[in-house]
Design a protein around this ligand. Structure first.
Ligand SMILES: [Zn+2]
Length: 129
C-alpha cells in the first residue's frame, strides 16, 4: 500500500532522501491539458541543487511552474494557500536555496493561476516514473 502524503506537515519531518509518494492532482486544469500528467523534479543547472517537485499537465514544454502544481518542498508548496499572496506581485522569486540563482519570476497566467515563469537555461528537469 502506497502512503499518500496529503498531510503536508508530515512531509516536513521527512528527509529529502527518503522517498515520498505524492498523488497527482486531477482537476479542471489537468483535464484542460488533455488529462495526461506526470511528476518532474527540477534542479538548478548552476549547482545541481534540487529545486522542486512539480506536476506537469499535458505534453507541452515546461515554461512555468503553477503554484498549485508544486508538491515539494513545503515552503513552496504552501504558497498557494497563503492568504497574503493575492497577486503575482506578492510572490517572491523562485531562488535556488543553494547558490541563490533566480530560476523563476512571479507571473499571473491568463487562466487565473499564479506561477513562476522559468528562466531558460537555468534549470534542468528529470521526469519521475
Ligand atoms: Zn543553485
Amino acid at each position: 500500500m502506497v502512503k499518500l502524503c496529503n498531510n503536508m506537515q508530515d512531509i516536513g519531518f521527512k528527509s529529502q532522501k527518503e522517498e515520498i509518494k505524492f498523488k497527482l492532482k486531477n482537476d479542471k486544469y489537468r483535464r484542460k491539458r488533455g488529462g495526461e500528467a506526470h511528476f518532474i523534479d527540477i534542479y538548478c543547472i548552476n549547482c545541481n541543487n534540487f529545486l522542486l517537485k512539480y506536476q506537469k499537465d499535458g505534453k507541452g514544454t515546461l515554461q512555468r511552474c503553477y503554484l498549485n502544481r508544486i508538491f515539494y518542498p513545503q515552503y513552496l508548496e504552501r504558497l498557494q494557500y497563503n492568504p497574503k499572496i493575492k497577486g503575482y506581485k506578492d510572490l517572491p522569486n523562485l531562488i535556488c536555496q543553494s547558490c541563490n540563482t533566480v530560476i523563476g519570476t512571479p507571473m499571473l497566467h491568463h487562466d487565473g493561476r499564479l506561477a513562476f515563469k522559468l528562466r531558460k537555461g537555468l534549470y534542468f528537469k528529470k521526469r519521475v516514473f
